[in-house]
Design a protein around this ligand. Sequence first.
Ligand code: NAG
Ligand code: NAG
Ligand code: NAG
Length: 603
Amino acid sequence: MARRRGLLLALLYTAIACAAAPHAGPHRAGLPDDALQGGRRHLAAGTRCPPVSRDVLAARAQNNTLMFAMMNEAQWDFGRNWMHHVKKAGISYYLAVAADVPTSEALVAAGEPCVERIDEEADKLGLAWGQEGWRRMTWSKVFFMDSVFFMDSVVDWGFNWVVSDADVVWFRDPTPLFAKYPAADFLFSEDGAGSRNDKGDDGVEHGGSEHSNFNTGVYLLRGGASSAAFIHAWAGAFEKCGKGLNDQTCAYELMRTPDQREELKEERGLWRVWNKRIVIGIIPPSQFLSAHTLHLQRYDQARLVKGVPAYAVHMTWTYKSHPGKRARLRDMGLWVVDPPEFFQGSFVTVDLFGTPELPPHYNEWNENEDMVAFHLAAIHQQLQQAYVGMALAVASNRSFILPQFKCFCDHIWYSVVRCRVVDAQEMPFPVPCPQDYLFDPDRYTDDAGPLPPMHIRPAGFLANERTPAEVKDSVLTLRPSAALTCTDCVQLGKATDGSPVLEVPPSLTDAQLLPLLEPYRRYRVWKLSMDSVGSPQRAFGGFADAAAAANFDGRMERITGEWCCRREEELARYRMEGQQHPKLRMNPQFNYSSMAAARGSTA
Ligand SMILES: *[C@@H]1O[C@H](CO)[C@@H](O)[C@H](O)[C@H]1NC(C)=O
Ligand SMILES: *[C@@H]1O[C@H](CO)[C@@H](O)[C@H](O)[C@H]1NC(C)=O
Ligand SMILES: *[C@@H]1O[C@H](CO)[C@@H](O)[C@H](O)[C@H]1NC(C)=O
């Protein structure tokens, strides 16, 4: 039977009136590192993470430094993904902070180094973006460091902290930054999408000001009286900052005291703020990357663009909430927690055909609407082809591997300038479209009455190292072609590279085509090629059953998002009133429900 140890009750931040639950099992404070990571041995000792104590942290710290992320049950997969990459980067001083009991138990079961800081209130207040529970979660890292234990709090213990959200992927140990900037109390990540530093400059952002927006999802805190005083003030401002303000905005408010700030003469890019009581700097998004600087602007390859190595990428500049972040991490090949079944099964994909080429001077174009119009036409041409492939996937009960869509315009939550984020004006098009630019990944398979689920795999799935060879090596190209003069025969041949190609008659419905494909079911990937028909409509005729067609179109309507956004002041000039953020459509040229209905009425 579990022994209760009231002694372990932590006195937590009083303004939010929450206390850690009593813990089962003996207190493990002070155990050496291998015991904290001891897997099953750890399970036997206790089923939950120990509460925060100076000894537990000291046992885990290296060179007096710790990295932590808060985790909860709803985003446990992000926590696992975070820990995987942290370990892969060789960062051995990390610590998971469990925000609820199931996460605490799961961390212990996984043998992960962890402590508990439970906030039972947040759940009840609603965790959706903008709700009060969500706001509290944004503050949870500040509350953790301000947690009071008897006389002092975590931040008073003098450790250096690398503070990280769980939707961050670490590539490299960031501790050299502490040594590089000995004067800095805080080194924040950048909130914007561009760096003005010269290529090869691996220092703090120089082009900014003390007003430059930073992001509190990733930052370094040097232990000491100044940083501790700021954390106390920051946590203490939770109520004062007012409803709706997250920890980041509140930090801006606190720091931006008029006339009480200055740039350090000896170190450009470091600023004394908060009445000159702390020194802060911003690490540019070439080193603390965002989903935009990495995936769209390719700041990693520049090693290509900026010529400096990256420490981490944080999933900011993504859309559609957590499902969108998961999809983005999959798109970037950084999501490692899909179960083995995700890589098994049978698939359909399409070879995008005839996607418009980039006009020669497109990247110098200045007129927003010229670019928006080009992008929307190009993306709809690609979506219509994916629509045909998705229909074949649903009809044959296979999953659909997204093709790599090309985007010729960015997507943001306010209006674009030259089709780009304001501070990413140099970004060359085309860019690979992230899933969350086009779709709402939460709606691929959600329960929507009779609508069939759409099982999606990311572009790049066939190159993923976890996709087994029996899938990768089992690709059959399906080529609808009028060169076949029959409607009930197929012809197996070989492409020039030796891979198998099956010619099939064009325009067949599922009822006609699937029996012909029956002998080829053993091929795990059917790749639909549309280069031998004049229109994607002739590649596949859709559903013989009108209800199946209507349900499929219902799902298609459901999965797409809106493109965002035209500039409001330009709408009238281009006669685009009401078109500021048009909904994307999978079937702008034709749809299978009207084709099935037409067949029905002539049958
Ligand atoms: C430990 O931290 C100090 C100060 O931040 C730094 O100068 C030193 O290089 C670090 N040592 C190691 C082994 O990382
Ligand atoms: C569809 O595929 C899934 C998984 O591959 C399988 O479990 C299910 O039975 C299939 N349904 C039909 C109707 O074949
Ligand atoms: C299908 O296309 C027809 C004709 O263009 C259109 O009227 C109808 O709204 C479309 N239906 C769906 C579900 O897209």
